[in-house]
Write a protein that binds this ligand. Structure first.
Ligand SMILES: [Zn+2]
Ligand SMILES: [Zn+2]
Length: 317
């Protein structure tokens, strides 16, 4: 990659104008561009190069931005980092040395590949650019700037969410590791990931409270939407109880809605999110039959609220 191409890539990833020294700093850290003698790139060089390529860059004092025509056609900025993605990047941040956090490092490359598998961003704008090793490396540099224990200089154009996620796990690296592994295991299953892609994104509010994040939340939903298993669960329950009523509040759709409600009941997957794994198989014992209202309530505290506890809440009232 030539120096001017590397500058374009950095500016595209960041999406805002940057000073020549910020660009130099970023290039040295991500190792996106190396000089033949391996010496550091200076802001002076960035200054010179962006001047020479005035067809590509706009210069305003030491600020550099891209000309509209420079940005490749159809290539928009990469989407904002999702919390799940930040969890994976932060886990990497805590697993390798600061000097290893460049785009050539095999672990950085590995995380970039995993990020490309996450069933999160619908629109894959540009397969080459999306969360590429350089983008991951830049995110690690953001964490350096946030990390109070890091002595060197980081890249301070981090987002509010970057900071929140960093401190959420600051004193809980084990938890960070656990969730990262859970996400990795889940997306290592290609078939499963395809299904997770199809699960809608209409529960952002519920999702805010789910520590395990969106991928694992989708895994939960996938688990309780297995038509065959759900039918088996309902058949068994019907045989045993002679009716299909909510295991929490006793609501019976057939009783209230007649024929229309016959056979209607939702299934909730009872295994806590922290314990579900990609490959494990759901059985009818893992499912509870609940009405739509109780199911929504259970999902409001998905990490912690069990069917039994919700029952207690209703009884108290
Ligand atoms: Zn209910
Ligand atoms: Zn559920």
């Amino acid at each position: 990659m030539k120096l001017h191409e590397a500058i374009i890539e950095v500016l595209e990833n960041i999406g805002t104008p940057m000073t020549t020294s910020e660009i130099a700093n970023e290039l040295n850290k991500t190792k996106l561009y190396r000089k033949k003698d391996d010496s550091e790139i200076t802001s002076f060089q960035i200054h010179g190069r962006t001047r020479n390529y005035s067809n590509l860059f706009i210069r305003n004092g030491s600020m550099v931005s891209l000309k509209n025509s420079t940005t490749k056609k159809n290539s928009k900025r990469p989407p904002k980092w999702h919390r799940d993605e930040l969890i994976l990047a932060l886990n990497l941040y805590h697993s390798i040395e600061a000097r290893e956090m460049d785009s050539k490092n095999s672990k950085v490359i590995e995380v970039s590949e995993i990020l490309n598998k996450l069933p999160i961003h619908k629109e894959r704008i540009d397969n080459v650019k999306f969360r590429n090793p350089n983008g991951v490396s830049m995110k690690l540099n953001n964490f350096k700037a946030i990390d109070p224990d890091y002595d060197g200089k980081g890249m301070d154009r981090y987002s509010k969410l970057d900071k929140e996620v960093f401190f959420e796990f600051h004193n809980n690296i084990d938890e960070l590791k656990r969730i990262s592994e859970q996400i990795k295991t889940t997306v290592s299953d290609k078939e499963l990931t395809k299904y997770l892609y199809q699960i809608g994104d209409d529960d952002e509010e519920e999702l805010l409270k789910v520590k395990e994040g969106k991928v694992i939340y989708k895994l939960h939903k996938h688990r309780e939407r297995n038509p065959k298993l759900n039918k088996k669960k309902k058949d068994n329950y019907l045989k045993k109880h002679g009716k299909l009523d909510c295991e929490v509040c006793g609501f019976d759709f057939y009783k209230v809605y007649g024929e229309l409600g016959k056979g209607f009941m939702e299934c909730h997957h009872k295994i806590p999110l922290s314990e579900i794994e990609g490959e494990s198989i759901t059985t009818i014992k893992d499912l509870a039959l609940v009405c739509a209202n109780c199911h929504r309530m259970l999902h409001r505290e998905l990490d912690t609220l069990s069917v039994g506890e919700l029952k207690k809440i209703i009884k108290k009232r």
